[in-house]
Design a protein around this ligand. Structure first.
Ligand SMILES: Cc1cc2nc3c(=O)[nH]c(=O)nc-3n(C[C@H](O)[C@H](O)[C@H](O)COP(=O)(O)OP(=O)(O)OC[C@H]3O[C@@H](n4cnc5c(N)ncnc54)[C@H](O)[C@@H]3O)c2cc1C
Length: 415
């Protein structure tokens, strides 16, 4: 195959595809609508805070093999940090209680027999309910299969699954939840170890990928918004960028790695998720006290996960649509009142803050929306789809986006 591969979208799906293709020596042109790469996974300088922040804190797990492979390819393996053993610190605001969830490394989950490793107020038998999740039918919701009136629900399943799925759990897909649990906790604590890009998303995932592409002669066109696609019989023949039309030669191929809403607009007869859920992040410009863990799960409040970076404290709230209209200062102050005591800081000293609302952070991980996700292959022999919204078997995650990009690249590499 000697033609060019055009990649539409420089989010993680597009960058995974582009770097894979470039690594194989293919000629690649990436077309990105925005002025910067990264899509929903990006860092930027915030004038008001005087800090570089991420659009949202991102948590990965040691089992995210595609993400780790991508980081290895772009020489960014040291970007992810986290504990040697599987350990998740939690705080329950309502009961003023702290604990560390410590699953053992191996597949046999003996940790549920050790009170010091499991969630306080739970019994070993409670955890067996997780089997119902793993065997749930495709149309089941999380709440319909897990016991939602228990300490284990409030203190483990709810905080873990609402952030993994970014969807209210009464409507969220049990099958997608099971996919996450199967690959992480289900494979043993070693697989579930938390991993955080502590120096930021851009330095970890985006900047090294752009450098990798440039070094291999790939072209990256920013401000290039795809506006139309033209087809002839079973082939894509041109890409319309408004001021410019790119004609595809007989050997040329394309990977569409823009979000679902762009696919619905541009790709004929497209079926794709139509509903999305919001994520809020509150970034506080304050030095994190040394003893604050990198990551703390927060239960019994509005905050969900507290990330302690050297130059800021950042809080994530998933499935945050209920707060979309709320004034940022009100949300920020409420969150600060919850997290300042966790970090041992003065509640009265509210630091400069930035609230980032990502309205369409991920597709709503419901059984119905999951059923709308398309495969990578299209009916055109030189066009493939990628993105966290395609059929990855996972909810919308970095891992899913990267897997989808790798898969689309595999197709584009075939003779
Ligand atoms: C706040 C937040 C927190 C998150 N937290 C986590 C987490 O903790 N862990 C985790 O694993 N995942 C998390 N995610 C999800 C993760 O960020 C996404 O799944 C992933 O980044 C999606 O990558 P993508 O390439 O599929 O899509 P996108 O990042 O949306 O990339 C698509 C790209 O296409 C471009 N584009 C759009 N239209 C066009 C067009 N017409 N022409 C050309 N280009 C176009 C866009 O500008 C964009 O750059 C989070 C997401 C958000 C928003």
């Amino acid at each position: 195959m000697s033609g060019v591969v055009h990649v539409i979208g420089a989010g993680l799906a597009g960058l995974a595809a582009a770097t894979r293709l470039a690594a194989e020596g293919r000629r690649v042109i990436v077309h990105e609508a925005a002025r910067m790469a990264g899509g929903r996974c990006r860092s930027y300088y915030d004038q008001q805070l005087g800090l570089t922040i991420d659009n949202g804190n991102h948590l990965l797990l040691a089992c995210n093999h595609a993400a780790i492979g991508y980081l290895a390819r772009i020489a960014s393996m040291d970007a992810l940090v986290g504990p040697q053993d599987c350990a998740f610190d939690f705080v329950d605001l309502a009961h003023d209680e702290r604990w560390t969830l410590r699953p053992n490394a191996g597949r046999l989950p003996w940790w549920i027999l050790a009170a010091s490793r499991r969630v306080p107020g739970t019994k070993a038998l409670d955890y067996l309910g997780g089997v119902r999740l793993l065997t749930a039918p495709a149309d089941a919701t999380v709440v319909s299969v897990l016991q939602s009136q228990s300490a284990l629900w409030e203190r483990m399943w709810k905080p873990v699954l609402v952030s993994a799925l970014n969807t209210p759990l009464d409507v969220a897909s049990a099958r997608l939840a099971a996919a996450v649990v199967r690959e992480s906790l289900g494979a043993g604590g070693a697989a579930a170890r938390p991993r955080v890009p502590a120096r930021g998303l851009g330095p970890a995932f985006i900047d090294p990928a752009l450098a990798f592409l440039s070094a291999r002669g790939a072209e990256i066109r920013f401000g290039a918004r795809l506006r139309g696609l033209r087809f002839l019989e079973d082939r894509l023949i041109s890409l319309d960028f408004g001021e410019e039309t790119v004609t595809l030669g007989s050997e040329d191929r394309a990977i569409f790695a823009a979000p679902a809403w762009s696919a619905l607009e541009l790709v004929p007869d497209m079926q794709a998720p139509t509903e999305h859920c919001a994520i809020f992040n509150a970034h506080f410009a304050v030095r994190s006290p040394e003893k604050t863990p990198l990551l703390t799960g927060v239960v019994g409040g509005m905050s969900e996960w507290l990330f302690a970076f050297p130059d800021r404290l950042s809080v994530t709230i998933s499935a945050a649509d209920a707060f979309i209209e709320a004034a940022p200062e009100d949300i920020g102050e409420r969150i600060w009142r919850e997290v300042a005591p966790i970090a041992g800081l003065d509640v009265a000293q509210v630091p400069p803050m930035r609230i980032v609302k990502e309205k369409r952070a991920t597709f709503a991980a419901t059984p119905m929306q999951d059923a709308l996700r398309p495969k990578a292959e299209t009916r055109w022999r030189n066009l493939w789809l990628a993105g966290d919204w395609t059929q990855t078997g996972l909810p919308a995650t970095i891992e899913g986006a990267i897997r989808s990009g790798e898969r689309a690249a595999e197709f584009a590499l075939r003779p």
